[in-house]
Design a protein around this ligand. Structure first.
Ligand SMILES: *Cc1c(COP(=O)(O)O)cnc(C)c1O
Length: 359
């Protein structure tokens, strides 16, 4: 089976074995060691010395934590959105009474730093800027370095959704000075769904001291306090922590430069193979994601039918489009536990399935 959706992604055997271990006391010494070790290793992947907190929830819970811990009702934020997940991030803020100034870009486009700059000039009172690093719904990667450079000209908090970027793409948190960066376990981390990660800068902790949105489960200050003793405030997903520990070991053995290079090479390989078949990628080449490729169905392919044939006859699972992109694109996930050989198998199957899915 080739599960090639942009999360959950396949897990290596080492991770599956680790996740199947017997439970331990989550307030005991084994878990404490595990918690300290995984936190330190997570920081290496995040390229940060900031606090790194692990939450038991899906990625969306992490995004919620990024809002409720640093803002107050009535605060203004600039939401830079290039797709479905950017909109979700904004919706969470609205839900908690934050005033969202939307800066939306067309699906398949990356955010234009000049427009972000203009929006910040026009709205000097925004407290934070929300950005999606890698927009999974459109297979588009924002130029986070360029966006960050512009945002840094203004004294704002930068809240980043890097759920489908972190662990696969280079996002040096400290070098860029990103305040809050969210990751999610079932994407590039090669582990099952159930954990979300948040890095928190000094500046973000200052904002936390005055932030008044009510919070309980997602309270990061509480998580920080418990981490001192190698614990989490509430019972963590212990089994996924075991998997995380094993995955981090694999990742650090491969090394960050090689992980990034592998994703760049596979992204390029996938785009070339797509184009060879006369198909088009949704975003432009410069911003096409190296973790997920969105392919236009055009008027030649019935995308849902293609997915169905691939799944039923060739055991290849791809994703469709979300919201407005439903039926218009299909998406190939290539993050985490993936090699060029896996992708070759996907395209071999596609060659057989494409003629059957022609419109
Ligand atoms: C997957 C994903 C999310 C949501 O994560 P869940 O784990 O489904 O809650 C948010 N943002 C991005 C960019 C994602 O890829």
């Amino acid at each position: 089976m080739q599960l090639r959706i942009p999360g959950p992604t396949p897990c290596p055997p080492e991770v599956l074995q680790a996740s199947a271990k017997q439970m331990v006391n989550h307030r005991g010494v084994e878990f404490k060691d595990l918690m300290f070790r995984t936190t330190e290793n997570l920081k290496k992947i995040y390229q940060t010395n900031n606090d790194l907190l692990v939450l038991t929830c899906s990625g969306t819970g992490g995004l919620e934590a990024a809002i409720v811990n640093f803002l107050s009702p009535g605060d203004k934020v600039l939401s830079v959105s290039i797709g479905v997940f950017g909109e979700r991030f904004a919706d969470i803020a609205r839900t908690y009474g934050v005033e969202v100034i939307p800066l939306k870009f067309e699906y398949g486009q990356a955010a234009d730093p000049d427009k972000v700059k203009k929006a910040l000039q026009d709205n000097p009172d925004v407290k934070a800027v929300m950005v999606t690093h890698n927009e999974t719904s459109t297979g588009t990667t924002n130029d986070i370095v360029a966006l960050n450079k512009v945002i840094k000209e203004f004294d704002k908090l930068i809240l980043v959704d890097s759920i489908s970027g972190m662990a696969s793409l280079d996002i040096p948190v400290d070098k860029l000075g990103l305040d809050v960066v969210i990751g999610g376990s079932q994407k590039g981390w090669m582990i099952p769904p159930g954990l979300s990660f948040a890095s928190v800068s000094e500046k973000a902790w200052k904002a936390n001291e005055v932030a008044r949105i009510p919070r309980f489960y997602m309270d990061l200050a509480k998580a920080k306090k418990f981490l001192v003793n190698g614990e989490t405030p509430w019972t963590p997903a212990v089994g996924i922590f075991f998997g995380l520990d094993a995955a981090l070991e694999l990742m650090l053995k491969e090394g960050l430069p090689d992980i990034f290079a592998r994703h760049i090479a596979i992204g390029q390989f996938v785009r070339n193979e797509v184009k060879k078949r006369g198909l088009e990628i949704l975003p432009d080449d410069q911003h096409a994601s190296n973790t997920v490729t969105a392919v236009k169905a055009g008027d030649k392919i019935d995308a849902p039918k293609l997915q169905k044939i691939l799944r039923e006859e060739y055991q290849v699972v791809l994703a469709g489009g979300q919201k407005d992109l439903k039926g218009k694109i299909f998406r190939i996930g290539h993050m985490g536990y993936v090699s060029e050989k896996d992708m070759k198998e996907v395209f071999e199957a596609m060659d057989k399935a494409l003629p059957q899915a022609a419109k």
